[in-house]
Design a protein around this ligand. Structure first.
Ligand SMILES: Cc1cc2nc3c(=O)[nH]c(=O)nc-3n(C[C@H](O)[C@H](O)[C@H](O)COP(=O)(O)OP(=O)(O)OC[C@H]3O[C@@H](n4cnc5c(N)ncnc54)[C@H](O)[C@@H]3O)c2cc1C
Length: 397
């Protein structure tokens, strides 16, 4: 049997961050990845904060376009209120290239990455994990990091966490279209192929969070919606994506271009800090801890932050309470944990609808010079806003 100091399951952002950290401290590290190569299970792209990734993995991150404009469209029935701003440091990146690069940085630090290998089971002896059985044999280690993503089969089988309930999960559906570089530039009024846009959408009735990202020669568009809402209203997610594309005009935009990829995935709306983060010498990180924002879909930075902490935890074999404390100290992670309660509230009941209707009516009154209308909206809504703000302040502490 092969023997290592630390075995990590998954070569996504969380697993590679853990591998980088653990191997940099001189440990013998093995990363198991079931895909043919890191990132191959995540072929499309994402929007990430380049400065944060660089602060952990160093210079050289491959990216597609600098996000020069972010547009937020809030839909009240069929009419959007659009807000546009210029962010700093955001880029789009192709996951295949990105994940491969993260993994190569961990290899340069000394980690051994074995693709095409699926971890099947953690083997325990007297409450201590001793080895992992894979489809290609067994490997033993002193500690283990489970960075296996949202479908955390090993974590569940080891009874560290339990499956997500429908009310705690958001179903996403995504499509990627191949579009010529020049066409993307003219569609979004971009000066060249290194400039890009990102578009975020929120719709109510049913509640949908959507996005559109531009890459060098493709556009990805997707939506997420709470699973319990889809079940209650008997809505198929692919139909929701079609309706979303129709309503936003994206269908016309991508007409005639070929569909390169279609994928569906669940985003957890529950997780850290309300779940176990580790058991004995086995540490969870990234999506396995539910560290992804269900409204904005941001999950890569918290995956990297938690992977880094998991790498350190595995090196010094810390106990669950200390590991949880270390995770909570990271602003990337505590932000998600604190915002989760607010988002759950926003995504349930009529809160999202109330607020979007209010914003939309304020903006349209502003546009038509109806200042009394704005005042009336504020007066009519203050009874809800004030208790909500106080509740938000308490929950965010
Ligand atoms: C539609 C959608 C859009 C998103 N957009 C963004 C975005 O724009 N920006 C952003 O920051 N985040 C985005 N996210 C979230 C982001 O993708 C995740 O939060 C992030 O990938 C989590 O990283 P991870 O390393 O924890 O898990 P993953 O990236 O899922 O990596 C897990 C790895 O483990 C491997 N694996 C799993 N099980 C095993 C096993 N048993 N044996 C061996 N290998 C295994 C998998 O093949 C995979 O490579 C999006 C998510 C979705 C669904």
């Amino acid at each position: 049997m092969l023997e290592y100091d630390i075995v990590i399951v998954g070569a996504g952002p969380a697993g590679s961050a853990a591998a980088l950290r653990a191997s940099s401290s001189g440990k013998k590290v093995l990363v198991l990845e079931r895909g043919p190569e890191p990132g191959s299970k995540n072929v499309s792209g994402a929007m990430v904060r380049k400065d944060y990734v660089t602060s952990v993995f160093g210079e050289g991150m491959p990216f597609e376009r600098n996000v020069e404009r972010i547009k937020l469209s809030l839909y009240n029935k069929d009419k959007p209120v659009n807000i546009e701003f210029s962010p700093e440091n955001l880029v789009t990146t192709g996951r295949l290239k990105f994940d491969k690069w993260l993994s190569s940085v961990s290899e340069n630090a000394g980690a051994m990455v074995i693709p095409k290998t699926t971890a099947l089971k953690v083997n325990w002896d007297n409450g201590i994990a001793k080895s992992i059985t894979t489809d290609r044999g067994e490997v033993s280690a002193k500690s283990f990091v489970l960075a296996e993503g949202v479908n955390s089969l090993l974590s569940m089988e080891s009874k560290i966490k339990y499956d997500l309930k429908p009310e705690n999960a958001v179903q996403t559906v995504k499509e990627v279209y191949s579009v010529k570089k020049e066409d993307i530039n003219s569609m979004f009024n971009m000066k060249n192929e290194s400039s890009g846009v990102a578009w975020r959408y929120i719709m109510t009735d049913p509640l949908v969070a959507g996005f559109l990202y531009t890459y060098k020669d493709s556009i990805s568009v997707g939506i997420g919606s709470p699973i319990n809402q889809l079940v209650e209203r008997k809505i198929r997610p692919e139909k929701l994506l079609d309706d979303f594309m129709e309503k936003t005009g994206i269908s016309d935009m991508v007409k005639g271009y070929s569909l390169r990829e279609y994928s569906a995935k669940v985003i957890p709306e529950a997780g850290f800090p309300d779940i176990n983060v580790s058991k004995s010498n086995v540490y969870l990180c990234g999506d396995a801890l539910g560290l992804v924002d269900p409204l904005t879909f941001d999950g890569i930075s918290p995956a990297i932050a938690s992977g880094t902490i998991a790498g350190d935890a595995a090196v010094s074999n810390i106990d669950p309470a200390t590991y949880k404390y270390e995770l909570m100290k990271s602003s990337e992670i505590s932000k998600i944990a604190k915002e989760r309660k607010l988002e759950a509230e926003f995504m349930s009941g009529d809160k999202a609808k109330e607020y979007i209707e209010m914003v939309s009516s304020i903006f349209s009154d502003w546009a038509s010079g109806n200042l009394f209308g704005i005042r009336n909206t504020m007066v009519n809504n203050y009874r809800n806003i004030i208790p909500d703000l106080m509740g938000f302040a308490i929950k965010m502490r």
